[in-house]
Design a protein around this ligand. Sequence first.
Ligand code: URP
Ligand code: ZN
Ligand code: ZN
Length: 490
Amino acid sequence: MGTLFRNGTLVTASDMFQADLLVEGETIALIVRNLPSAGHEVVDCTGKYLMPGGIDVHTHLDLPFGGTYSNDDFETGHIAAACGGTTMHIDFVIQPIGGTFFDGLRTWRKKAGKACVDYGFHLAVTDLRPELMADIPKLVDEGVTSLKLFMAYKNVFMVDDDTLYRTMQVAAEHGMIVMVHAENGDVEALLTPKLLAEGKTDPVYHASSRPPEIEGEATNRAVVMAGMTGCRLYVVHMTCEESIQALARGRALGYPVMGETCTQYFHVTVDEHLGAPGFEGAKFVCSPPVRTPHDHEVLWSAVRDGTLAVVSTDHCSFWYDGGHGPWQEWAASHPDGDWHLFEQTPGNRRPGKELGKGNFAKIPNGLPGIEDRMMVGWHLGVNSGRISPSRFVELHCTNPAKIFGMYPQKGTLAIGAEADIVVWDPRKEHTLSAQTHHMHVDYNIYEGMRVTGAPEQVYLRGRRVVEGGDWIGEKGKGRFVHRTPHGAIL
Ligand code: URP
Ligand code: ZN
Ligand code: ZN
């Protein structure tokens, strides 16, 4: 006995067609017209779209960063993801300085013990000591086939060009993919103290410290190295014309280079959001910074013409109004700053964005969005006619699976694929708000945005986990996805 999704319109990256879809166990068993009920549980999908579960390949759950930890963890972040139609994500394991990749993996595996949706790991290389070079290919055996390097955040996560180049050489040999956060961290580290010394301390100056030129320069540098080494490159969270041009140039030269943007970079602006009065702008501090309406249009063009392959979130949520409770005392007794051990209650929060009051450079960088990605992407992209439903699926579900080595197990509706399915109601209206979202954070960057199109039901490997937009699943059932190397170059 299976679950029969009857009379929906299936949307894949290539097609839209009406059919019945049968799930047996954890996988899709049949896609056909007019399938008899035959004792199956029937889900009436008349007027609905059936899409593959969303895959968000750029998230930071429970990340130690900016003097605190990102707030959503592998339970709250997962439930929020599912409620928004995302059934899988890939999180960044951070190699501890002085430690090994496997130390990082151990830490993240513990964090993921309570997973509610499926997940994978990228490995962020922070400290590539010579003895660790041989460990890079060993990650493939662990199902971790993507490496991340930060060209920004000097003295925190940033690596030098030597490390980037050597990593690409090894990655290329083993079919792994290198991801970069492309901003010139050395230049940012010169601009920031100058701005602060001039009294420019408000959140909006975060953008002045990280102008588009330094994103374009770093993107070009990584693209050139990818061309030289033959390494697959994936530039994360691209925001502006300068970096899109650098990527497009590499692609025109035939280099194996790809890019992603994140939903917020289509909508949030320096002037209206980051420059909001008082400290409000801190809600929108992320790196690279949010840009201008002109850049939004550049990104839409890049999404349409295929320069950009994926839309993710870079979900990294911090309280706007954190620091409640006796956290200073707690911090004094925990000099290692492991905020994970700090028990949070509504009256006892870990620090958040307020750490940067009076100094934009101390605002923890990152935005919430894992729950909103599919709804905002659909609303701004499909409802406006900028992209088709199939292109939407390609950007949010299928390309992530192809590039990161898990297709067709994930990312499509096909016989034999895992039954991660979103029953999407294209007419459902929903207002995005911190009052109603499931993310563990006290603000929503799209607050008040009324979207049309939202998930009605969400299935994870054949099990219904969301009904009417709310979580009804069993916690702890999320599974690690072991990925393969030699992913698609799109
Ligand atoms: O501001 C951001 N993007 N925070 C998360 C870490 C990163 O750079 O991706
Ligand atoms: Zn980044
Ligand atoms: Zn990130």
